[in-house]
Design a binder for this molecule. Structure first.
Ligand SMILES: Nc1ncnc2c1ncn2[C@@H]1O[C@H](COP(=O)(O)OP(=O)(O)OP(=O)(O)O)[C@@H](O)[C@H]1O
Ligand SMILES: [Mg+2]
Length: 784
């Protein structure tokens, strides 16, 4: 950006903060130049000389000034322009800071002042410049704000890292009323409050993680511009919120991560479903002083069409809801899938590169306090690993005051002292524990203050960039080495977070485990050090992720199958938020279908979970279609780019075509023969994946492994064929509707149909293919 322009914008923003009128500022800058003292002097002098009315379009307009806090203001919601009444100074917040220079934009506009539409964007631009250091809204942000200005509900669907938060933060700044944000994780609320505070906007969060009892009362008195609340707490605070709406005014209810509303989504949270209370209790018909319902703004980066419909219905959003839909495509993310058994034996091979990037065994001093074990297991099966002796490890930090680190050292050293429960806190103690979003209380971090520390010297943050879109530019982009920045490794179980963190620390990587079972103090510390760029690698369960906004994350590694593509894309979305190239690598055992992690789900939800898991498997098995295309089309987007030119499939190209007619016919016949023997009139099969164990007994469908065994016995030439190859073929046949996997998806065809098909079977390619979640045949890539 042009330096002069920037400084002018800064002068304007500062002066608006001081209470000057925009027109006066512009005039003063024109005469006295973009300097605050000169411009201020100019205005003050000219005002002293000629007191004037601030004419605007022929109508009288009041001079801007800071206004005192009015606790019991009459709610004024009668006109669209009322969103623009003055912003009250907020009292200093001991919890989350204060807006030191509240912007006072102007007195409320008259309804007939049509010029409002003309300059609201300019006002927003100034506010953004002042608070965030950037000045232009993205198109989708403009659309969302326009909906709010029109008192309309709005559903915002935009990619991870695209800037959804701004859509609900700006209304608080513009209107001076409170914006209530419903958010699923305390850690996320804490993160956002911290950021807002740093940007001079008062904010607080309410819920089980709020240690200060007085904050709730202050929030209900309108003291904070933005109030983050977990859904459980909203339900408890309906009455105080109604009072707040009638006194100070509530500009908007924003429901962040709104996919949590839907049981067809990936993070269903039952309390989100009860948020329809917002529409019922904050409507004009319920609160007489309101002329319009308080608008709802629902936001997410991961919602399929079905989830979107569910959101609109469950929250009782208005029929005129504006749906703001942007591309889900993240053009700087390089997606890759690598086959790995993801067991301890694979660590050396799989983390070799990571260790090369982050490891510093030569420089280790013995005083570093990361999660380092003093035992020396599982480093034997790689050349790299075997070169590391016990003395390469750093001894645990002895600082007894450092509670969190002491905890981890206890875990790794096998010390039987227990700091919490009297039981040994060992890796075994957390065995098979998986994290799920059950309630805010048990999967969150209690809050405390994060202190602002100097950033990691090597990782000084630079400007956010727009990744190139044209093929030539993208190819150049791809050739650049990854810049420096931290990595997050997602694993399915708590135990693995500890195991992998421990493994990496052995090689001098500054790594830490993060899962909901670990002490809160430790989790807070990890969070903090991650944001300060002190930690290089976080090994986490799903407890770490949603909404985390750190610009320079360079690698997201999923070590083991995610449970859904939504979760996968959400977590991958933590990478490259600065627009620079970032890697999203999935290491998964392609030879085995993934299994569902234990959770408390209804039968219906289990079926859905099973379908989502199968979609993940297909994503992993895919070798012919651009991975970014699969991901964005999964969310119902028509991927205009066709290819991202970055992912492994785009780079490596699809495998060679083969005519598999013979093998396909043999597989179909073998399934048919098996089912005929069992008097079973369909052509489905089982592939060792069940969403419910009780179904096993009811079925006599052939297992793919048994079928392949039969084929190998019968046909010498297939004796050495790999089960993975047959699985790929089975996927193709399934995609084309010839066979159905043994679950309740009702894809099965009848035997007679099967016989017809065998005789007319065309020579299909042997490329494992991905099936769209839409189940619509038209959307499938036939790839013939
Ligand atoms: N108009 C804008 N211009 C430049 N940067 C912006 C703009 N709007 C937002 N940003 C920046 O984009 C980053 C990501 O914003 P935010 O956390 O709101 O993303 P998000 O869409 O909520 O992502 P997620 O789905 O992961 O929660 C922030 O650091 C923010 O400052
Ligand atoms: Mg967000």
């Amino acid at each position: 950006m042009d330096g002069n322009k920037t400084s002018s914008a800064q002068v304007i923003a500062e002066m608006i903060g001081m209470g000057f009128d925009y027109t006066d500022i512009m005039e003063a800058i024109k005469v006295a130049g973009p300097s605050i003292p000169s411009a201020v002097e100019h205005i003050l002098n000219s005002t002293a000389r000629t007191p004037k009315l601030h004419a605007h379009n022929g109508r009288k307009k009041t001079v801007l000034r800071k206004q005192p806090f009015r606790s019991c203001r009459q709610v004024r919601q009668s006109k669209i322009f009322d969103h623009f009444h003055s912003n009250d100074a907020k009292e200093e917040s001991p919890q989350m800071g204060v807006d030191p220079n509240p912007i006072v934009l102007s007195e409320p506009f008259e309804a007939q002042d049509l010029d409002i539409a003309y300059d609201w964007e300019q006002r927003v631009s100034l506010l953004m410049q002042k608070h965030f250091g950037f000045s232009s809204l993205k198109t989708f942000q403009k659309e969302a704000l326009s909906a709010w200005l029109a008192h309309k509900d709005c559903l915002v669907l935009a990619a991870t890292g695209s800037g959804k938060s701004l859509c609900f933060q700006i209304p608080a700044l513009l209107s001076g009323k409170v914006v209530v944000v419903i958010s699923p994780l305390i850690s996320l609320m804490h993160d956002q409050c911290l950021k807002l505070t740093r940007h001079g906007i008062s904010a607080c969060f309410l819920g089980s993680g709020q240690p200060d009892d007085t904050v709730e009362q202050k929030a209900m008195g309108g003291l904070y511009s933005i109030v983050y609340i977990c859904p459980e707490t909203v339900l408890r605070l309906i009455e105080p919120l109604q009072k707040l709406a009638e006194s100070h005014g509530i500009a908007l209810f924003a429901i962040d991560e709104v996919h949590c509303v839907s049981k067809w989504g990936h993070d269903f949270r039952p309390d989100y479903r009860r948020l329809s209370v917002l529409r019922e209790n904050f409507s004009a018909s319920k609160l007489k002083s309101l002329k319009f319902d308080i608008p709802l703004m629902a936001l997410t980066a991961t919602a399929t069409k079905r989830v979107r419909e569910d959101i609109l219905k469950s929250l009782h959003m208005s029929k005129e809801t504006n749906v703001v839909l942007t591309s889900f495509f993240r053009s700087n993310l390089r997606f890759m899938v690598k086959h790995s058994r993801t067991s301890q034996a694979s660590y050396a091979k799989d983390f070799h590169e990571l260790i090369q990037v982050y490891g510093r065994k030569q420089n280790m001093t013995g005083n570093e306090k990361y999660f380092i074990s003093d035992d020396s297991d599982h480093v034997s099966n790689s050349s790299d690993a075997s070169s590391i002796s016990d003395t390469d490890s750093v001894s645990p930090d002895d600082n007894q005051d450092d509670y969190a680190y002491k905890d981890i050292n206890i875990m790794h050293s096998g010390n039987t002292d227990d700091f919490l429960t009297g039981r040994e806190l060992s890796v075994d103690f957390l065995e098979n524990d998986v994290d799920a979003f059950q309630s805010v209380d048990n999967s969150d971090v209690t809050c405390g203050e994060f202190c602002v520390q100097p950033a990691h010297k090597e990782w000084e943050l630079s400007e956010t960039i727009d990744p190139p879109k044209k093929p030539e530019g993208r190819l150049k982009f791809l050739k650049k080495p990854l810049e420096q920045g931290p990595a997050i490794i997602y694993v399915p179980t708590r135990k693995e977070t500890l195991r992998i963190a421990k493994y990496l620390c052995k090689f001098g990587v500054k790594a830490a485990a993060y899962n909901a079972g670990l002490p809160k103090l430790h989790l807070r510390r990890v969070h903090e050090e991650f944001h300060e760029n002190t930690l290089e690698v976080i090994v986490a369960t799903i407890a770490f992720g949603m909404g985390i906004d750190k610009s320079n994350v360079r690698r997201i590694i999923h070590y083991g199958w995610p449970q859904s593509l939504e979760t996968y894309y959400q977590e991958a979305g933590r990478a490259g938020r600065d627009g620079k190239l970032a890697d999203c690598i999935l290491y998964a055992n392609l030879a085995n279908k993934p299994s569902l992690l234990p959770s408390r789900k209804s039968e219906d939800q289990m079926k859905q979970a099973y379908i989502m898991l199968s979609d993940c498997f297909r994503y992993g098995m895919n070798t012919s279609c651009c991975r970014a295309k699969i991901l964005v089309e999964y969310f119902g987007e028509d991927f205009s780019h066709q290819k991202c030119l970055l992912c492994d499939v785009c780079i490596d190209g699809p495998p060679q075509r083969q005519n598999v007619k013979e093998e396909a016919c043999i597989l179909l016949q073998t399934i048919g023969a098996h089912n005929e023997c069992n008097n079973y009139l369909d052509c489905s099969y089982d592939d060792d994946i069940h969403f419910h164990s009780k179904h096993r007994g009811l079925r006599e469908r052939p297992n793919l492994q048994i079928l392949v065994g039969k084929i190998r016995q019968q046909f010498q030439k297939f004796l050495t064929t790999d089960i993975l190859w047959w699985r790929g073929l089975a996927r193709i046949l399934e995609v084309k509707g010839y066979i159905g996997e043994g679950d309740d998806k009702s894809c099965a065809a009848e035997c007679a149909f099967l016989c017809d098909l065998i005789s007319s079977f065309p020579p299909y390619n042997c490329r494992p293919m991905f099936r769209q979640n839409t189940w619509s045949q038209q959307n499938w890539d036939w790839n013939l």
